[in-house]
Design a protein around this ligand. Structure first.
Ligand code: ADP
Ligand code: ADP
Length: 246
């Protein structure tokens, strides 16, 4: 069974800008996501591409439960997803999310150790097990215990993204959502983080969803690609085919 499934999912937002409402006549809603169906299996990475406004962020918000669908169903690991507010602890732990900006994932005042510890603590892990897990996670993302006592401003952008990733995968989520994971990084660091993500794909038993403007990153990491336009998936298929034949 797929880890992630979107079944005929639509998300409508009311258009609040009056000029936009006038421009569109009586259409006072926008279909940010319009009847989208997708499935992602364990061990698979789905890349979602499309121009700004195509609906990519909204799909991610629906998949992570930040927004709820107007119609249709989002199923993660066999369970229909509720919004963040009414989800169980297990459901929250089932999804890891990496944002574009490390500052969105990391609290600037928090030491690295505390940032990674937080989800483990919330999941009720006891102290020794947490300490071991933190070390293992740091090494998994190419860092070590020396970084554990630093705060985000004492780390590079790439290191911050590694920490954010360690936090996102701390509870071995079934699904990892990567939202423009390399966009905020220097070109030189981009390849490193990209390679780290490749390693994690091979090592983690989960499904990935990747949204990126960078076709190089998508080609590198995605097995399949869904192209979105105006809220719909207008094309989908194997990454090799869509990337070589645009
Ligand atoms: P991206 O860089 O992914 O294209 P956007 O700039 O489209 O991001 O959107 C950033 C955030 O603003 C998203 O969380 C999205 O839901 C929200 N957003 C986008 N358009 C609107 C809008 N017209 N009204 C309110 N919020 C919006
Ligand atoms: P993308 O991430 O591909 O840039 P988004 O999902 O941010 O696209 O936006 C898709 C469409 O939905 C856009 O027209 C955007 O303005 C609209 N939209 C997104 N979020 C909101 C929101 N919170 N309120 C109103 N409109 C929104």
């Amino acid at each position: 069974d797929p880890i992630l499934e979107l079944r005929d999912v639509s998300k409508r937002y009311p258009i609040d800008d009056s000029w936009l409402a006038r421009l569109r006549g009586r259409d006072r809603y926008t279909n940010a996501v319009d009847d989208v169906s997708l499935a992602v299996d364990r061990g698979e990475t789905l890349g979602i591409v499309g121009e700004s406004g195509a609906g990519k962020s909204t799909v991610i918000d629906l998949v992570t439960g930040l927004e709820s669908a107007t119609t249709g169903e989002v199923v993660v690991d066999g369970e229909t997803l509720g919004t963040v507010d009414d989800r169980s602890r297990d459901q929250l732990a089932a999804i890891g999310r990496l944002f574009q900006h490390p500052q969105s994932s990391l609290d600037p005042r928090q030491r690295v150790r505390t940032a990674i510890d937080e989800p483990l603590l919330e999941a009720g892990w006891e102290r020794d097990r947490r300490r071991e897990r933190i070390s293992a996670l740091l090494s998994l993302v190419g860092l070590d215990d020396r970084h554990a006592d630093r705060r985000p401003h004492q780390l590079s952008g790439g290191q911050c993204q590694r920490i954010a990733l360690a936090r996102a995968i701390a509870l071995e989520p079934a699904l990892v959502v990567l939202d423009e994971p390399t966009a905020a990084l220097d070109v030189s660091v981009r390849a490193q983080v990209c390679n780290l993500l490749l390693d994690l794909q091979a090592g983690l038993d989960c499904a990935f969803v990747l949204v990126s403007h960078d076709l190089g990153v998508v080609r590198h990491l995605a097995d399949r690609i869904a192209v979105m336009r105006d809220g719909q998936v207008v094309e989908s298929g194997a990454a090799e085919r869509l990337c070589t034949d645009p």
